[in-house]
Design a protein around this ligand. Structure first.
Ligand code: ASP
Length: 306
């Protein structure tokens, strides 16, 4: 254990410069708040990895600035259905929800699945009822004017199958005790069928954490990510001696070449080293560690190759 602790968050791999400064600066601002919030927890507590990951993702879900929680995209029927997952690297406990409606913070429901049930994934209406009966209020996530405009544009242009407005959120954390955690939340893909569940609800695909290996979360087109169990793949490379940056690059190379997918991953190794890679125009991300004065934030810059 190196004693280095900190948090990395991302805000989705599908951004392009055409999105405009307003939304990009809002994402930047909320990612900074998310890593600061996570670090606050990590500074106060030894074993705060899971809480820091959940809080950072909660903040981004509640902001409405990402394709997660309040800001979630619409299904083909103009509904909102979300996926989220969280994992504790100290014991491999995980919890997830798929195609859940009517909650602002699906990550909180995923955490309750982890803590209160013998299961790893709850889906649909029963997942919302479970939330309701465990103190998470149900509220409709509305189809706002902006979302409806996007819906119309995408249905007309048919461009949604590739670059659309993606902004899934994720976090990977290492705490003072060397515990790792990962958390991810998304509205999924625009114009998806009702009931579609993507990688963000699937342990090993959208998220993974194991104190002995590393923690990773993925973003991009979920079907391509699921085929490769991408987050687990990143974590499997590291105990074999691969540097975390190289592991992330290798995972994205496989995403591009093997499943013809697009997206990105962020990861932390057990020494608190940072890995980030994506094959898209941009991937908003931020990180903050105990040996840094302020958060490092980037959107379009490529990371140093490993
Ligand atoms: N991976 C998410 C999904 O397919 C979308 C994203 O990362 O933006 O549901």
């Amino acid at each position: 254990m190196s004693g280095r602790f900190g948090i990395i968050v991302h805000g989705g791999a599908g951004v392009s410069k055409s999105l405009g400064d307003g939304i990009l600066s809002s994402r930047r601002e909320h990612m900074i708040k998310a890593v600061e919030e996570g670090m606050g927890i990590l500074r106060r507590r030894g074993n705060g990895a899971l809480d820091a990951a959940e809080s950072a993702v909660t903040l981004m879900e509640s902001s409405g600035a990402f394709n997660a929680g309040k800001g979630s995209c619409l299904t083909i029927t103009k509904e909102t259905e979300m996926d989220a997952g969280i994992m504790d690297g100290s014991n491999l406990q995980c919890g997830a929800v798929g195609a859940i409606r009517d909650v602002t913070n699906p990550i909180k429901v995923a955490r309750k699945v982890l803590e209160l049930t013998p299961h790893a994934l709850l889906a649909g209406g029963p997942a919302a009822s479970f939330a309701d009966s465990n103190g998470i209020p149900l509220e409709k996530i509305g189809a706002t004017k902006i979302k409806l405009k996007m819906f119309d544009e995408l249905t007309k242009s048919k461009s949604h199958l590739r670059y659309q407005e993606f902004g899934t959120v994720g976090a990977v954390v290492i705490d003072k005790d060397g515990n790792l955690a990962s958390a991810v939340s998304t509205g999924g893909t625009w114009l998806k069928m009702e009931g579609r569940i993507g990688d963000s609800a699937i342990v090993g695909a959208g998220f993974y954490a194991d104190n002995r290996a590393g923690a990773s979360v993925a973003t991009g087109n979920g079907e391509a990510i699921m085929k490769l169990c991408l987050s687990k793949y990143v974590c499997d490379l590291m105990p074999n001696g691969m540097n975390v940056k190289v592991a992330c690059n290798e995972a994205v190379r496989k995403l591009t070449n093997v499943s013809q997918g697009w997206g990105g991953v962020i990861a932390i190794d057990p020494q608190g080293q940072v890995g980030i890679a994506n094959n898209t125009e941009g991937m908003p991300r931020a990180y903050l560690f105990n040996d840094m004065d302020s958060p490092q934030v980037a959107i379009f810059e490529k990371e140093n190759q490993g």
